[in-house]
Design a protein around this ligand. Sequence first.
Ligand code: 2IP
Ligand code: CA
Length: 377
Amino acid sequence: MGVLQALVGVSEKASRVARLCRGEEPLCQLLVAEKTGPERNSRFQRDFKTLADVLIQEVIKHDLGQQFPELQGHIHGEESNEFTTAQGATVRVQVGSSPGDTAATLRRVLEPHHEAAELLAAAAHRAVTLHDATLATVELNIPTQDIAIWIDPIDSTNEYIAGREDVAPVEGVAPEGLCSALVLIGAYDRRTGCPVIGVINEPFFRRHPETGRWQGRYHWGVAYGETRLCSLNPQSSPRPTPRVVLSRAEGAAVQGALRPLCGEHLLFAAGAGYKMLCVILGLVDVYVLSVGTTFAWDACAPHAILRAMGGGAVALAGALRARREGDKGVPPQLVYNRPDDGAVGAERWVNRGGLVAYAHPQHLEDVLEALATAPGV
Ligand code: 2IP
Ligand code: CA
């Protein structure tokens, strides 16, 4: 199996674990305990959320590392696998060689919820079979020793925990809710930092009309050398009036600067990955973020898919600075191999100064022009 098929396969397994945590009573109870439970549960609930993230990330690391030993040590994620239990002990969560091994580690963290530990361990070890004839035929020439991986096991964790299903979309974009919780797996070139393969999995795409069970779906894209491949249809010609999606926390200056450009087509959504997915799906044309609240693991996978479709993602602050200094050239794409050595922890990998993700280069140009000339941005 090739690396693309492997990335899609692990995203499916991750998605299954994410659904399991919401769908199986012993797990879901832990996930939503904060809302209903007594004070002592409130701490534990946060711990369980972290555990779901950590386990998903470890499953991805384990499965990819087994299939491609040359990737071991080059698979990075948002979460550390050092896990602190409700009692304050440190446990290193790892996928073991058997479901029994994995369950034993999980039991230590989940004590006294043994059933929850068994369910999670079983899901972590259950093999995934892809029924995707198109994907099966894709053959890539990407040497796996040249790439590294960023994982966001569950992007939009707040929406994942809150689990709202009844959010009405606005122009096809969900302002919040469970559908914005995504699994993001991106591969980048170790040397250049360019994103080369992206997989986005939507664990909560829709409920099956008859069974009522959650169904997921996934999207992938490849942008390597001259190769451009994607599970989605290529974008049509750019809309004359671009649609822009923003974080609900985006400031008034950016909103004000973009209104003349997109009028009422200024939309709001949760989740950095989900907003980039909206661009990929053509629901909007651009995602603008003016602050450093996204990280390499949020952007790598969607960015690779955007590149596969002819779009991209650039750093906003740098692009505006260059423009104001008279450089109207196309700004450099974000890269994923350069930590900020002056920072610590997650901040080493922040997309500092925000970003613009776009499907059509013309819309990047329009947005930068609007923002560069606006007061207070
Ligand atoms: C978060 C999450 C937030 C998002 C933030 C991400 O990732 O997606 O929703 O903020 O940028 O880093 P916003 O919704 O304002 O865009 P995680 O949930 O994995 O911490
Ligand atoms: Ca995230």
